[in-house]
Design a protein around this ligand. Sequence first.
Ligand SMILES: Nc1nc2c([nH]c(=O)n2[C@@H]2O[C@H](COP(=O)(O)OP(=O)(O)OP(=O)(O)O)[C@@H](O)[C@H]2O)c(=O)[nH]1
Length: 314
Amino acid sequence: MSRKIVQVAAGVITRPDGCFLIGQRAPGTFYPGYWEFPGGKVEAGETPAQALCRELDEELGIRVERLNPWLVREHDYEHAHVRLHFFEVPQWSGSLNDHVHSELAWVRPGAVDRTPMLPANGPILKALSLPRMMGVTQAGQIGVEQQLLAVDRALDNGLRLIQVRDRGLPDTLKRGYVAALIQRARSKGAIVVLNDEVELALELGADGVHLSAERLADCSARPALEWVGASCHDRHELERAAQLGLDYAVLGSIRETPTHPTGQPIGWEGFSAKAQGLPIPVFAIGGVSAEDMVTARAAGAHGLAAIRSAWPSA
Ligand SMILES: Nc1nc2c([nH]c(=O)n2[C@@H]2O[C@H](COP(=O)(O)OP(=O)(O)OP(=O)(O)O)[C@@H](O)[C@H]2O)c(=O)[nH]1
């Protein structure tokens, strides 16, 4: 028999230094001692966003000034089947005055040192460790030397996620170029995913693979790499990426671009409508640049993927 779904709202409350807040569940609750994101059940007549604002006021004594929809994940616990609506809370006011947890902790994405986490939250921590800006390479257009220089500059500027997508690059150049790029990225702790080349990614020790929409449609199981994402254009493809348990999707085009001039751009509203309620992070692509980050995240994007604007000029 299918169980009633309990709607829950949870907040990733962030500080300007990028750390986010977690709380340890108190004795006498389900999963006492486990760490969670502050939040609680959605009450009758509330939207999940309203529920989160109420819970953060009641539990922590803070007022939400801005919140962004992020991921929605379901989990089947012994005590309930929950649908967790995760929001990011980048702006809030008041001082923390916790009424419900045993302890609070500010932790850094990718370096959460508090355990155990509530069982539903593992993928959430992994998603939070995914950088917000993805640079997509274009060595086929600008040449290998120029692209590697651009990678060096971008890494120095803080880029930590690179999708290697060099259409038109001769195979003879590819292997050495990709190996050099991975080496540079690794020295800075950046993630490198190769567009569609699972074998090459495994062979060269890339962090993952980025599936084209065609490859996603043909894919019957998630490739065995740490990071796997996909390019998507519609809800069907986004749901397929989520079903396969991928780590992220990229959705666009937001605006018309020289690389994809023919497709109808979806704009931020289209992005929001297509990406809402998905259990995996979604990057916005197509004519976007770092200045779009606040708008993108308000529309529910995890971050931005950029081809031309990701690479600072010398
Ligand atoms: N708040 C919160 N709940 C989570 C997270 N992850 C997760 O699986 N849950 C589940 O979502 C449900 C939230 O219940 P809760 O006990 O916090 O709700 P509440 O504050 O309204 O408390 P109440 O039971 O006193 O009404 C629990 O089943 C909990 O295990 C999370 O990160 N934060």
